[in-house]
Write a protein that binds this ligand. Structure first.
Ligand code: NAD
Ligand code: TYD
Length: 329
């Protein structure tokens, strides 16, 4: 297949491109705006045709989409804390960008996969969300992602477009920008910086390794029924504090680095996905959290060339704004 992968220079997008090139021999075109989170280095060594542009720009989309068999849309603003501080780009990319991409795919009769999140369902104290659970997003991030999902479904319903949606739980793995819990805690622990725990730290996330989510997306792209939604959750759940304690152990950091800070406004308590529907397509997660976390810590330990430019650049300003203190040297 020849795939247009929007947002392919980001964390999960680049893991997906790696898998499709190495394991499926696909031809890849990447369209990416290269925001703070998008990096060409993430695609190093992988054959692909790269277009630098935004999904909300019809000319950039038209140039990239020519000759492809399907569109996979990862392009998004992805950090909840940033969406609370500055929601503008979230509305622009998720609403306008998704609409522009859908129009281009519809005009060319292309299959379209929207990469989405468990956060569209909101928080769940017990049990797991299925694809039929009500949509109750809580943050500007999840609300705009929900809007994009609804737009995608309207194109299937109204125009008979061949769309599928794949909703993942919290991802971790290599090449994740260190604003998210796991890479932030790994790098802070390695540098002896405080480990900022929001609220009581007992919020629970359902962790999926990025290679497992990438494989689920590939399965849904190839075998998913048009118009349908598929959840892909990881095999393990873990409270944040336990994730941080495991990272402390794996990095050999001092437990006294843990620092309780003010909670995130509107913080979702727990996410959990039932993945029975995508499992019925033949997918299952392969990486258990304990093993995946150990590999992830090792990757960050061995790849300072990847994170050094981030940790010494604009990220420092973001960190100081978000946490009210400077990052150590
Ligand atoms: P990321 O922030 O690492 O990467 C996003 C990529 O999209 C970057 O390369 C960025 O440059 C690009 N981008 C942003 N706005 C763009 C625009 N307007 N036009 C073109 N490119 C643009 O994100 P990620 O964690 O890899 O997430 C990828 C997708 O997976 C997102 O749709 C996200 O909602 C979804 N998702 C993420 C998680 C997670 O835990 N990270 C979980 C479930 C679903
Ligand atoms: P995050 O990685 O931002 O993903 P999401 O909010 O999309 O689930 O956060 C994961 C969990 O970790 C969430 O409950 C918030 C918490 N968290 C902290 O306690 N401290 C931090 O510095 C960060 C970034 C997150």
């Amino acid at each position: 297949m020849k795939l247009l992968v929007c947002g392919g220079a980001g964390f999960i997008g680049s893991n997906f491109v790696r898998q499709r090139v190495m394991e499926h021999g696909d031809e890849i075109v990447v369209l990416d705006k290269l925001t703070y989170a998008g990096r060409r280095e993430n695609l190093a060594g992988l054959p692909h045709d790269f277009h630098h542009g935004a999904i909300e720009d019809p000319a950039a989309v038209a140039a990239a989409i020519e000759g492809v068999d399907a569109v996979v849309n990862f392009a998004a603003e992805t950090h909840v804390d940033r969406s609370i501080a500055e929601p503008d780009a979230f509305v622009q990319t998720h609403a306008i960008g998704t609409w522009v991409l859908l129009e281009a795919a519809k005009d060319r009769g292309l299959r379209y996969l929207q990469v989405s999140t468990d956060e569209v369902y909101g928080s769940i104290e017990e049990g797991s969300f299925t694809e039929d659970s009500p949509l109750r997003p809580s943050s500007p991030y999840s609300a705009t992602k929900t809007g994009a999902d609804l737009l995608v479904q309207s194109y299937a319903h109204t125009y008979g477009m061949e769309t599928v949606i794949c909703r993942g739980s919290n991802n971790y793995g290599t090449h994740q920008y260190p604003e998210k819990l796991i890479p932030l805690m790994i790098l802070n622990a390695m540098h002896g910086d405080p480990l900022p725990v929001y609220g009581d730290g007992m919020q629970v996330r359902n962790w999926i390794h990025a290679t497992d989510f990438a494989a689920a997306i590939g399965h849904v792209l190839e075998h998913g029924v048009a118009g349908e939604v598929y959840n892909a959750g990881g095999p393990d759940e873990c409270p944040n504090l336990e994730v941080i304690e495991r990272i402390i152990e794996l990095t050999g950091a001092d437990r006294s680095l843990i620092e309780y800070v003010e909670d995130r406004p509107g913080h979702d308590r727990r996410y959990s996905l039932s993945s029975d529907k995508v499992r019925a397509l033949g997918w299952e997660p392969r990486v258990r959290f304990a093993q995946g976390l150990e590999q992830t810590v090792a990757w960050y330990r061995d790849n300072s060339a990847w994170w050094s430019p981030i940790r010494s650049g604009d990220y420092r300003e973001y960190y100081a704004r978000q946490y009210g203190r400077a990052l150590g040297a």
